[in-house]
Design a binder for this molecule. Structure first.
Ligand code: 5RP
Ligand code: MG
Length: 211
């Protein structure tokens, strides 16, 4: 299981500083959607330059112009780009085509997908490399957690790698780790912790301890 650190409501300067301190505890650096909105592809380029050996995911949550937007992130140095599972399959296929041309991967974010089994089958058929269970920040505030969707996804996925996100922290990580997704995504659980470095270390050790 890999640990993906989501850098969301953080400045590029603070993100670089944080990653330098926690890089031994994370496998994938996520340039989160709010950071992309703020800075465009600059954080992807900067993180690629400073951490050449780390995997980088650009959480673009693509909804249209699949090939073009995916290629923008890949040219900047991303290894993974996200597309929204709810969008048109034509867009997803554009993302997959670009990723395959670069030898990189597309992860479909399943936020707000209503028929998970049906959409998983369609997205796997379209060639996505990864599927991500995601309970968004606004849904988290309403008390929703991603554990049931994770179990559902595991039951219906044939070959795509599975990741999970949605308010996961040091207290809840054992419950998710038990399901053995390929990637555990943590944002606020590290970035908003009293001590983000200690939180990253504890979460990483808890995760690797469950393997
Ligand atoms: C929100 C996101 C976040 O990056 C994702 O939810 C992980 O952050 P957190 O652990 O704080 O939920 O994509 O849309
Ligand atoms: Mg994200």
């Amino acid at each position: 299981m890999k640990l993906q650190l989501a850098l969301d409501d953080i400045t590029l300067e603070d993100a670089l500083e944080l990653v330098a301190k926690v890089k031994d505890y994370i496998d994938i650096i996520e340039v989160g959607t709010p950071l992309v909105i703020e800075e465009g592809m600059r954080p992807v380029r900067a993180l690629r330059k400073h951490f050449p050996d780390k995997e980088i995911l650009a959480d673009l949550k693509i909804m249209d112009a699949g090939y073009y937007e995916t290629e923008e992130a890949l040219k900047a140095g991303a290894d993974y780009v996200t597309v929204l599972g709810v969008t048109d399959t034509l867009t997803v296929k554009g993302c997959v085509e670009a990723a395959n041309a670069y030898g990189k991967e597309v992860v479909a974010d399943m936020i707000c997908v209503s028929d998970m089994p049906k959409r998983i089958a369609e997205l796997e058929e379209a060639g996505v490399h990864g599927l991500s269970v995601h309970i968004g920040v606004d849904q988290q505030a309403a008390g929703i957690e991603p554990i049931d969707d994770l179990r559902l996804m595991i039951a219906h996925t044939r070959k795509a790698k599975i990741s999970v996100a949605g308010g996961i922290n040091i207290d809840t990580i054992p419950m998710y780790a038990k399901e053995k997704p390929d990637v555990m995504i943590v944002g606020g659980g590290i970035c908003h912790a009293k001590n983000p470095i200690v939180a990253a270390k504890e979460i990483y050790e808890a995760l690797k301890g469950c393997e």
